[in-house]
Design a protein around this ligand. Structure first.
Ligand code: FAD
Length: 390
């Protein structure tokens, strides 16, 4: 491809979807990726991700997540590999905890199907969970799991089938933009195009230096625990869940899709760059999760059989970065993470295509404005509900 219409840099969750939607709309797309087609260095691996609808992070996310679910189902209809698995979801904690109170508030405000369950009712429906006295749960029937490696692969395959050229093991070294177009330099070549999409996840701060994005890279571990009673941990019996057990104690979990029940908590291990991340797994990392299993789950052994690390790219307000570069009309910047972005990557690709085309994105993106951190007064947009566990 001599000169693409759009270059997409970073072909993880968001970038593969952007390449897919851009190519499907007839644009000539060149995709460039630092590593291989799916890899464990970024944020879109680890076999499963939660999706949910009663989005306690703010009602502004609800139309996006609803559209994302439509697009995931469409992708599933084109893919032989599993893309999503509805299971329903529980947000557990005290009624005052930010996740429970927020999920309830948003479910009511957006008229989403939901139920508030007391501990007794949770025990009747889902005896795997041991609630503490006073804890409740919000039931979100439109929640479930996504299989991220399959999602990224299906988007990349679809992009290629629509004519996109995707080049792996070819990192961007530098980029520039003018009113005439964009240039991207890699170790192998200099590419020119009309538009540029920068979807480089944890590498955003060092790639989009002029925006001074105050991003923090947070290393997380995911752990897998074997069920002692396989029946109770199957996706038909165990929903995905988030559990607020105190200001600093948040655990999420997904049922056993064949490798055991997957769990994670926040480690709070912060680095300044993906290259400086300490990925050492120690007993101290595992201990809080093992304790959670022993104290709060029935039918699951409290010794993990597997683990892997993964990177959050956190903004201070925990909302995404998604929009046109404030000084370069031809450049779209995407960092949909802060620990909860994967479920949106299907719709993000569609939004990116519209932004590139100069169309109305179809959603209110003001919460995600890439320029919001340049103006210190704009750092806490309305609707910020604090830290998000996914
Ligand atoms: C442990 C963990 C659990 C999570 N759980 C959930 C969940 O349950 N639900 C949910 O919705 N979200 C969840 N998330 C968040 C979600 O996974 C991320 O928001 C999402 O995967 C981010 O996608 P991305 O495309 O921004 O980043 P990535 O998928 O990491 O993609 C960025 C890509 O850019 C490439 N790249 C970087 N620099 C360059 C360069 N110079 N040149 C070329 N390519 C480059 C990278 O190699 C990478 O492939 C979780 C995240 C983690 C870490």
């Amino acid at each position: 491809m001599d000169r693409a219409d759009t270059i997409v840099v970073g072909l993880g969750g968001a970038g593969a979807s952007a390449a897919f939607h851009l190519a499907r709309r007839g644009r000539s797309v060149l995709g460039l990726e630092r590593f291989g087609p799916t890899h464990e260095q970024g944020s879109s691996h680890g076999r499963s991700r939660i999706y949910r609808t009663a989005y306690f992070e703010g009602a502004a996310y609800v139309p996006l997540v609803q559209r994302a679910q439509v697009l995931w189902r469409e992708l599933q209809s084109e893919s032989r590999a599993p893309i999503l698995r509805p299971t329903g979801g529980l947000v557990l904690g005290t009624p005052e905890s930010p996740s429970v109170a927020g999920a309830l508030r948003v479910a009511k405000a957006c008229r989403l199907e939901h139920e508030l369950l007391d501990a007794e009712e949770v025990g009747r429906r889902y005896p795997q969970f041991r609630l503490a006295s006073g804890e409740v749960a919000v039931w979100d029937p439109n929640a479930g799991a996504l299989f991220p490696e399959n999602c990224v692969r299906a988007h990349a395959d679809g992009a290629r089938a629509a004519g996109a050229a995707l080049r792996y093991d070819e990192p961007l070294v530098s980029w520039s933009a003018s009113s005439d177009g964009v240039e991207v330099r890699t170790a192998r070549a200099l590419y020119r195009a009309a538009h540029l999409v920068l979807s480089v996840g944890a590498w955003t701060r060092e790639t989009v230096t002029d925006l001074r994005l105050p991003l923090e890279i947070e290393r997380q571990f995911m752990l897998w625990f074997p069920p002692t009673d396989p029946a109770t941990a199957r996706p038909e019996r165990m929903p995905v869940f988030l559990w607020d057990r105190g200001p600093e104690e948040h655990t999420y979990g997904l049922p056993d899709f064949g490798d055991g029940v997957k769990l994670g908590t926040w480690s709070g291990r912060i680095s300044t760059s993906p290259g400086a991340v300490d990925r050492t797994f120690t007993a101290a990392e595992a201990e809080p999760v093992r304790r959670f299993v022993a104290e709060r789950l029935r039918g699951v052994r409290s010794t993990e059989t597997d683990h892997t690390s993964c990177l959050y790219t956190n903004t201070p307000d925990h909302h995404f970065v998604l929009g046109r570069h404030p000084r370069h009309d031809r450049v779209v910047v995407v960092s949909a993470c802060s620990g909860h972005g994967f479920k949106f990557t299907s719709v993000i690709g569609e939004v990116v295509d519209r932004l590139v085309g100069g169309e109305d994105p179809g959603f209110d993106l003001s919460l995600f404005d890439p320029g919001r951190f340049e103006d210190p007064a704009g750092q806490s947009p309305a609707g910020a509900d604090g830290r998000s566990p996914r």
